[in-house]
Structure formats: C-alpha cells, structure tokens
Write a protein that binds this ligand. Structure first.
Ligand code: ARG
Length: 575
C-alpha cells in the first residue's frame, strides 16, 4: 500500500511523458501537500521554462494526459499553473484496508545490504560523556531501523581500550590492589579511578617512570601486563553494560571491536601503504600526504600512520577498521557515528583507504556527525562544579525528574504504576531529545522540557499510544470486516493520509540516516490523531463508522508504537 505520494508521482510522470514526449521523461513530478488539495504538482512551472510555453497551458496538457481515474476525485489547475489533486474517498479507504492487511504496516522489506555501524565507542576506565550518550542513542536507532528494513547490520563498538594511558592505569591498579574497593570503582565511577591515576602520574616521578615502562611491557605483549589490562577492560565493560541496559540499547559484548582488536593489523597496514608508495617517512614518522588536504598556510597536511617512536595512533587503527569492515565483514555501507569534529580525520582515513584499495568505489562510508550537547548556559554540558558529568548520575536525574512530573500530572495513578513509569518516561525523554534534533546540530539538555507532557517529547508520544490502547480496552471485542474503512470526514482523511506515509518515512530515514525525521513524523501523526479524536467520536458512532474509526485508531497505535520501538523507546500500557 504505497503512500498517496508514491501512487501519484509515477502517474504524473507518465502524463508528462505522454504530453510532451520522452525527452521530458526525467522531469520531476514535484508533488507537495497543499492546503487546497491532498497533493499539488508544481511540475508545470519548470517545464514551462524548458518548453517556452505558458505554465497554465503546460498544466492543462498534463491534466489532459493524466489518468487518475481510480485514485482521484478531482483534478484542478490553480494559480500560475499548479495541479491540485484530491484523492477519492474510495481510494483512501481501500488503501487503508490494504495497510491493515500488511503486517509490516507499509514499511518495505528492502533488498538486503550488509551495513556496518560504528557507534558508542566509550573509553576504558573513563567516564562516558554526553557525546558518547548521543552516538550510542543515534547509532542504536539507525541499527534498529535498518534491521527492520531488512538489512544485515553489524554493530561495531570501537571502544578506546589501548594506548599510553594504560601504563598509569595498570600501575594504579597494582597500587590499590586488584579486587580492592578502589579498583572496583571502575565498575561504577570510572573517572574517579582515572583521575587518581592521573594525579599520581603528574606529581610522582617514580610512578610516572613505572607507568612509562608499563606501556612498553604492554606493547611488547608481556603476559602479566596483558592480564592486568584485561582486568581493567572487564571492569569497564561492567560499567558500559550497566549504562546500555539502563538505556535499553541493543549493544552486547559480541559487538565489541575495540582499538586493541586491530593490534595485529597495524604493522601490515603500514607495510602495505609503504609498498604501494602511498606513505613516506617525514621527520622520522610514516605519513600519508593526500591531494586536497592542506593545513594552515597551505602546508600539506599529513595523516601520521606510524609515529617517529614507532608507535601507532588513532589514524592507523581507523585505517584498519576500514580494511576489516570491507574485507572481513563484507560491508556494502559503513557508518561512523562519531563527533562532528572528527570529520577531517575520517575524510583522510577514507581517502587513504581508497588509494590503498581497501575501500572499493562500491562501498560508501558515511560520517553520521554527532553535534554537541549543551548545558543551559549554552556551553558543553558539565556538572555545577565544572567536572565532567557522570552519565549514570544524569540518567538517575532524568528518572527522578520524570517521577516528579508524573507525580504532579497523574496523582490518580497508584504508587506502583508511577514507580514503573518513571524510568520508561525519563530514559525515553533523554533518548528522544537526542533523536528529535538533527544529529549534527547542538541542543540544550533541559530535563524539565524533555519530560513535558506537551510539545515534541517522547512523553507526549507515549501518552498518545497509551490512549489508543485504552480505546481498545474500552471497545471490547472488535470485528474488522474486509472492506472496513470508510473515509468521509476531513479529520479521517488527514489521518489516513498520514498513516499511509509511515513506510515511506521509515525507508527514507534508512537512506538519509536522520532519525529526527521519524520523530517529526510521529509527532505530526500523534497531533493529527488528536484532532481526529476530538472531532470524530469512535465508540459512540454507529457500527460501520465505529469499526472504520477503530481501524484508523489501531493503525495509529501500531505506527506510533513501532516508530518508538525503532527509536529504542518504550511504550507503557497506561500513562
Ligand atoms: N573512543 C573515541 C572517543 O571517545 C571514539 C571512537 C570513534 N570510532 C572510531 N572508529 N574512531 O572519542
């Protein structure tokens, strides 16, 4: 059951083709919703320029060639040459019936691609910051949406589990004692462990020396050092998983592919680049210089793949990720859901990988750029004392804020219900706030606004779903006949049109990777339903109309609930 847009677009295109010949076959049917009709085609205007004809005459010729007998009641030319198309009630009714018969509610099953998504990627023995929260939430929504569209999604959690800080972290672990409370704090408050190690490293010369030789032992593969490193990793995984569970994020240990997992590839990466003449030694470091990448004063900008001390860095590891994802994971598309400032890094890594033949033209890497989360002062979100926020504390606060809002708005609910609702509303609110703005723009983290019952919030949407569910509880047994839907009222028409768009919107989000479009759609749908609910009595209507309105209500419930599920947001039974 294609949307109205998808139904009419090829018909308008065919009419253009018939009226003016195949050289105009590529002309865009330009269909937009309009206040005067269900859809309006603006195609005659640009065509008139190409043809050197008056636009209204072009519109007239298109209309004469247009065969929309089974779809539209009315076709009208208006203004300078717009074509207004009004769908027939009968077409709308049968399109809604077809939507009911489709268990996927219009979401297409697409030709499966292998898609690798790099997201979350926190660092071991460090706090996850709000930036990590956002890549986690956005990446997870994309993974869910693409999987639902039929693609094979491989999640890659590129955690920071390697590098020089492990020298001091391991020495600090030895100082406090493995298994001690001070070591176990990594499971709940990793930053306090990190800070303690850092303070010693900065103030205690003997400790710093130990830390440095520990790095050498780690890189040299010393067994005991690797065991200690593994211990820190396990403690950190505990923390990450606690956050993921709390957030309802689909990442598991099986998705971990941290920096360390590429250790065995890095020498090969450098050798292949050297052998191919792509990398050259400059000031002792192995570098790649690429056309078009210049730094300040036009100086060529190097991508350093091996430092002068022989160590490898972030760029080398990311080159290895491209190679691995194409060669071993057979990726058709690769998404890096990472902070916007890393865009130059990724561009250089991909350009190098293309040159080296690790990234064929058929594979498209995409940087899903993640913007900053700001505090009310419009600066990067911090605690009042200026320290980085503890993510778990932030989530606790979100749940507490939700609880207070529920207590205030819904005093009639039992204590038990309110307790159960608070995490669903609070966590949903945090995730939705991240998802409902373009992923590359900044937004202000404001819990009170996020848990509001009015406005573009998850709570509003959760409430809308709960309302549709309660209508069905009150309706008793509902028997839906085959030709159940009759559309007569304008509010029914608006709702039917919106419901028919659901599949297109999900599919589009899978293409453009912008979950906020799904949020906007769901919010509009919930508002359209609200107007319908006000104007069109459901349970009190006569049987035929009642059945039809219940069909529209059921489809609204399904689109909202599935839409929220694809965003990773719970839908409580009652609100
Ligand atoms: N761990 C990094 C950070 O915290 C993010 C890694 C992103 N993924 C990647 N393939 N570079 O900033």
């Amino acid at each position: 059951m294609p949307s109205a847009h998808a139904t009419l677009a090829p018909l308008v295109s065919a009419a253009i083709d018939n009226a003016f010949g195949p050289e105009y076959r590529d002309a865009d049917p330009v269909l937009r919703p309009s206040q005067f009709a269900d859809l309006q085609s603006n195609a005659a205007l640009p065509l008139a320029k190409r043809l050197g004809m008056p636009p209204r005459e072009v519109a007239q010729r298109i209309v004469e060639a247009l065969d929309v007998r089974d779809v539209c009641d009315e076709v009208e030319i208006s203004g300078p040459g717009f074509i207004n198309l009004t769908l027939s009630d009968a077409w709308l009714g049968s399109a809604v019936d077809a939507l009911v018969a489709d268990p996927r509610r219009g979401v297409p099953q697409e030709a499966p691609e292998r898609i690798v998504i790099d997201y979350s990627a926190p660092n071991v023995a460090k706090e996850m910051h709000v930036g990590h929260l956002r890549t986690t939430v956005v990446g997870d929504a994309l993974a869910r949406i693409l999987e639902h569209l039929g693609h094979t999604v491989t999640r890659q959690n590129h955690i920071g589990d390697w590098g020089t800080p492990f020298g001091m972290l391991i020495e600090h672990l030895l100082d406090v004692g493995e298994g001690s409370d001070e070591a176990l704090v990594v499971e709940t408050d990793p930053n306090s462990f990190y800070q303690a190690a850092r303070r010693k490293f900065d103030s205690d010369e003997a400790f710093a020396a130990r830390a440095r030789s520990r790095v050498v032992a780690l890189q040299g593969g010393d067994q005991d050092t690797l065991r200690l490193w593994g211990e820190l990793l396990d403690l950190s995984k505990h923390y990450f998983n606690a956050i993921y569970t709390r957030l309802g994020v689909s990442l598991t240990d099986a998705d971990l592919a941290g920096e360390s997992s590429y250790n065995g590839d890095l020498a090969r990466v450098c050798d292949e680049l050297t052998d191919a003449g792509i990398a050259t030694v400059s000031d002792g470091a192995l570098c790649v210089f690429l056309d078009g990448f210049r730094g300040r004063e036009g100086k060529p900008l190097p991508l350093i793949v091996r430092k002068s001390d022989g160590g490898y860095g972030y760029a080398t590891t990311d080159l290895a990720t491209v190679r691995h994802r194409v060669r071993d994971l057979y990726a058709d598309r690769i998404f890096y859901v990472i902070g916007a400032p890393q865009s130059l890094h990724l561009e250089m890594v991909w350009a190098t990988a293309r040159k080296a033949g690790w990234l064929p033209d058929s594979v498209e890497p995409v940087h899903v750029k993640i913007g900053n989360v700001l505090g009310k002062d419009r600066r990067i979100l911090k605690t009042r004392s200026g320290a980085p926020l503890r993510l778990m504390a932030l989530l606790d606060e979100a749940v507490a804020t939700a609880r207070a809002a529920i207590d205030a708005d819904r005093p009639g609910l039992s204590e038990e219900d309110r307790e159960a609702l608070a995490p669903q509303v609070g966590i949903g609110a945090v995730k939705y706030a991240d998802l409902s703005v373009a992923h590359d723009s900044e937004y202000v983290f404001d819990l009170d606004r996020m848990v509001a019952l009015n406005g573009n919030t998850s709570r509003y949407l959760q409430y809308a779903v709960a309302r549709t569910r309660s209508i069905f509880r009150n309706a008793g047994e509902v028997v839906v006949g085959e030709k159940a839907t009759t559309i007569t009222q304008p509010e029914e028409r608006a709702l039917a049109l919106a419901l028919l768009d659901f599949g297109d919107v999900v599919s589009e989000v899978g293409q453009v990777l912008e979950p906020h479009r799904l949020c906007t759609y769901l919010f509009d749908l919930a508002q359209t339903y609200s107007v319908f609910y006000e104007e069109c009595p459901i349970l009190r209507a006569e049987p035929q109309v009642r059945a039809s309105r219940l069909v529209l209500t059921g489809l609204t419930r399904d689109a909202l609930a599935l839409g929220l599920e694809l965003l990773g947001i719970d839908t409580p039974e009652t609100m």
